[in-house]
Ligand binder design. Structure first.
Ligand SMILES: Cc1cc2nc3c(=O)[nH]c(=O)nc-3n(C[C@H](O)[C@H](O)[C@H](O)COP(=O)(O)OP(=O)(O)OC[C@H]3O[C@@H](n4cnc5c(N)ncnc54)[C@H](O)[C@@H]3O)c2cc1C
Length: 387
């Protein structure tokens, strides 16, 4: 067991860091960090990263990858997210790996190289008002009509739809089948006639969406994998979604430590206060556990193992540590921590206040903390399904 990065991995981290420092302009930061999305500047940034193979390092070279390891992939994502570049990546992180595993050759040729080059992005289209935690209850209908499917219904909380190119859509193709077997996965061009996208604003202040389908026609070849097996394919993709890099947390802790070193309270340095020191030490220890969790997930993938309850453990622990970290930051900064971006007195340009609101939604999307604990109880501990 070796927990240390190799020299090559350390060099990769430094290379990515240098790249981010050079190419992450204020415009890119605005789009990806503050707006949690992609815009013209970040599209250019991700194309440059894609040209190095850094968006999809584990993929086969024929589809634009580097045939590298998942640990390398995590190092790249971790370093980028440290610099506020954590938006999107549904194509590279979730849709792409699912196409690679379940898609046909035509789909692989059509989408994978463009994802790898950073030219296109996908938005996740799973949740509906009655189907969130219970995803198999989704009801949007896809009905076969000649060479096409005709899709009608609505989705909610579909983040990224307003700037993405494709919808990664779960739709019901077989209403008579048991609910876990009647769902199929589709790739839908978000510019298709009949799609309406409306904004929903999150507590964090960035946008997610409601998406309405009104007789949207989708070619049959856009169905990914076997018809009726979409739910199982979504479950595989969700395990990938739950492997979050810890860069944003590491950076917040680094900034908090730097703040505590220079700030004073009643004429005394904050870092001299035993309570502040213990609070910082406690979240630093928690963060180290997060790091081990997420690197273990990457290592498991490199060993060819499937991610099961381990990704649920990592997700619930990390998002709850994020809550603790932002809460700690708020306590250390006192009332100043509540000041938002734009106030001249806001410490760290208001990032703590923003992060404090953001972390709440992280315990919900990708599966809530309660659902993560259910997965750990059932799949990890072998307990029977709860009432
Ligand atoms: C900001 C944001 C962005 C999102 N982005 C996307 C996206 O891009 N694409 C997408 O498809 N979805 C997205 N989602 C949806 C997200 O995945 C769902 O909100 C989440 O799965 C919870 O579903 P729900 O909101 O319907 O809540 P519900 O499932 O109705 O849950 C309500 C509460 O009941 C609890 N609960 C439910 N079932 C159980 C159970 N069996 N045992 C114990 N407790 C339970 C939940 O933990 C929760 O506290 C996003 C959500 C948010 C908030």
């Amino acid at each position: 067991m070796d927990f240390k990065l190799t020299d090559g991995q350390q060099r990769l981290r430094e290379e990515v860091r240098g790249f981010c420092l050079e190419h992450r302009t204020p415009e890119v930061y605005e789009e990806t960090f503050w707006n949690h999305g992609w815009g013209p500047a970040s599209r250019e940034f991700f194309k440059k990263a894609g040209a190095r193979g850094w968006l999809t390092p584990t993929w086969p070279k024929q589809y634009g990858g580097l045939e590298s390891t998942h640990v390398d992939q995590l190092i790249i994502a971790d370093e980028m997210s440290y610099h506020g570049l954590r938006a999107g990546m549904v194509g590279a992180g979730m849709a792409g790996p699912t196409i690679l595993r379940f898609g046909n050759e035509e789909q692989k040729q059509e989408y994978l190289p463009r994802i790898a080059r950073g030219e296109i992005e996908f938005a996740l289209g799973y949740t509906e008002p009655q189907a969130g935690s219970d995803l198999a209850a989704l009801d949007i209908r896809a009905v076969e009509d000649g060479d096409e499917y005709v899709i009608n219904g609505m989705k909610t909380f579909n983040t990224h739809c307003h700037f993405s190119d494709y919808h990664w859509l779960g739709a019901r193709t077989d209403p008579e089948a048991p609910k876990h077997r009647g769902v199929s996965l589709f790739i839908v061009d978000l510019k298709s006639p009949g799609i309406t996208i409306r904004p929903l604003w999150t507590l964090a202040g960035w946008r997610t969406n409601e998406v309405y389908y009104d007789n949207v026609r989708v070619p049959k070849n856009n169905l990914v994998g076997a018809r009726g097996r979409g739910f199982q394919q979504i479950a595989v993709a969700l395990d990938f979604e739950r492997m979050y890099p810890i860069g944003p947390l590491t950076r917040l802790l680094d900034e908090l430590i730097a703040y505590a070193k220079q700030a004073t309270s009643r004429g005394k340095a904050l870092v001299g206060d035993p309570i502040v020191r213990h609070q910082l030490a406690e979240v630093a220890a928690d963060l180290e556990v997060c790091r081990l969790f997420v690197f273990r997930l990457a290592w498991m993938l490199d060993q060819g193992q499937a991610l099961g309850h381990e990704s649920a453990m990592a997700k619930v622990f990390q998002t709850e540590v994020e809550h603790k970290l932002t809460h700690t930051a708020m306590k250390i900064m006192g009332p100043f921590g509540q000041l938002a971006r734009g106030s001249k007195w806001a410490p760290l340009h208001g990032e703590v206040e923003y992060h404090h609101r953001w972390q709440v939604v992280e315990t919900i999307y990708g599966g809530t903390s309660e659902i993560m604990r259910n997965i750990i109880a059932q799949r990890g501990l072998g307990l029977p399904k709860g009432a």
